[in-house]
Design a protein around this ligand. Sequence first.
Ligand code: IFM
Length: 784
Amino acid sequence: MRYGYFDKKNKEYVITRPDTPTPWINYIGSGAYGGIVSNTGGGYSFHKDPQNRRVTRYRYNNIPADRPGRYIYIRNRENGEYWNPGYQPVQKKLDDYNCRHGMGYTVLSGEYQGVTGEVTYFVPDDKDFEIWHLKVNNTRTVSQKLQVFAYSEFCFWQAVMDQQNVDWVQQINQGRYEDGIITYYPHYISDNAAFFATAEKVSSYDTNLEAFIGKYRSESNPLAVEQGACSNSVSYRMNGVGAFCIELDLKAKEEKEIVFILGFAEDRKNIREDIKDYLSPENARAALDRLKAYWDSYTGKLSVETPDEDMNLFVNIWNQYQCKTTFNWSRFVSLYQLGLGRGMGIRDSAQDTLGVMHTIPDEARQLIIKLLQCQYTDGRAYHLFFPLTGEGGVGDAPVKLFDWYSDDHLWLILAVNAYVKESGDFGFLEQSVLYNDKSSSASVMEHLDMALAFTHNNRGPNKIALAGRADWNDTLNLDIGKGIAESVFTSMLYCRAASEMIELYEYLGKHELCKKYKAMFEEMKIAINESSWDGQWYKRAFDDFGQPIGSEQNQYGKIFINSQSWAVLGKVADVEKAEKCMESVYKYLNSKFGIVTMYPAYTEYDETKGGVTTYPPGTKENGGIFLHTNPWVMISEIMLGHGDRAFEYYSQILPGKRNEDAELYEVEPYVYCQNILGKEHPQFGVGRNSWLSGTAAWNMVSSSQHILGIRASYDSLEVDPCIPSQWQGFKARRVFRGVTYNIEVHNPNKVGCGVSSITVDGKEVEKIPVYEAGTEHNVVVVML
Ligand code: IFM
């Protein structure tokens, strides 16, 4: 069943029916003020931090009720009927409905009884508030007397407190109205306020939820809308809302535009001045045009034309777009991660920088600095931090024995190396950055050295990395107090990180350091191969009794995905072992909806393994398809020269390919989700946790840098594709360090991997040079 389609020209996904299997959402905002908007207007807003600066409420665990949200009610004053352009919350059957999710904006359009309503939600590129730009059109040949109600429900800023301390929160809330602006603030705060505003003539308003909705009613039949007027309520306590009623007498075929602004002000005295330029429809339109231009420039650094339309759609638009959202919000705030408690993950954000590096390296560098500031002087790192307050910590994972995860710090090395390759900014490596104690500092390079040193200094009986609280797999909690559990995966990640350091030090001519890291790399590689090769694949870990996890000898969890892909990515496996373990992945872990994390899944809770065994078989880390891990397999296949296999893996998880079976898939077909229920689950194929997943960044990396092979290196742009053998080639445009490269790749012999010649502007070259910024060059790559 189809719920919508991709509108390639307008870079939008168009939803044509409101009853999607789950709310299909979009994000507005750039990483400061922002919010979530569903296809029926559900969702919420926050300012810089969804936990500490929540602006509006959302009721979780209510899917698919998907309420409340940013609602527009249109009421016919003659017959009293009312409806919403986005269908919710009144749920009146509309004569026409669609939702267009674009890049940074969402448009909801509905038609009912000769009236169309269209509302566009977005955050202007230069402001910390959101615009609701409403157009109401009388499509009839007679005039109509209408009313518009605009509504949003405020939240106390600390979103956890809003749920936990209702007694306090409800006594302190204050809501006021003055000349088109509703402010909402707690009694004890004098400067800040959330606000809702319009420049239109307001016939009545409400600041109090109970007054607008009425007792024992809901957003679907609010008293104010039913009776055709708000009650000008002043909220001295209880729950706050911003609600306006505006009278609309539309002549035949007349259209009226109204702008509403919802936001948060650090100083409420400045609200009027701050919003005044954006309250007119003309300026709102101009702001939307600027936003679209921003996104065109963001996605314009890379565009490809391959024989696969779905790949083009995702590499050019949707995957790039999702990468910016994960970069903004890590795993902090979605409809599944509630913006409470978790904060921004260090490992997550470090990986997220990889997905945006080609287009916004400066912003990536700024985030990397924040992550380095989360590092302890001994090299390990916080597990998460809160963007508004800068506080960090280890989070609320069930195992409390450790204050470190074995992998967080190692991802920093991958992020910094990717940044330097993209930007050529070697000076960054010398920049001094504080540690999390806020008093000691070290150069970026020293931070990275310490990251490797921490793992080197924390190895277990097999001389491989200790497991700590967990590794990438948050739920594999093996250390139950003995302190000897080990992670093979982290050891492989360490090898990858060490080899990136070796490459960098070689390039910089730092031979002594290079030697040191080569020795560290070799030592770990040998230890892994001696302890963890299982015959057909690599073991995953050792538990706190020294017993293997992910071995033929285990009844459950015989084989895990990550210790196969990272054996290749970490350059730990020789060719024979690499081929064998990747073949085992295909044989035991692959399925038509993606590769599962491990097999067979655990069937019962086991405290020696921890969180993974709390999940039923086939769910998430316990044998589910945890999509984040799939691109690692694709990259590994490409490193082995298997372009067809890699593309098969890539295609089978492309969300666009699930558009036709969205009823089963349930989640948005325009972004990757975090997990799909695996082959051992009765609901095999159902997706969950859309949007915030490392899948976005790593699929961007695997598709553009490995399948298509276009990647930055320290002194050149590499084009080294490994494509499906039947492709004749492809074209791409890549902006690298300000230089535009128009690339043509030819695959005359249908080999798919390996390059026989490269010419730039007609001259054969060994490497593609970095030219003067602002110039444009034509690159032709002929494959073997
Ligand atoms: O790696 C983690 C990530 O940090 C948060 N989501 C779950 C992943 C796998 O456990």
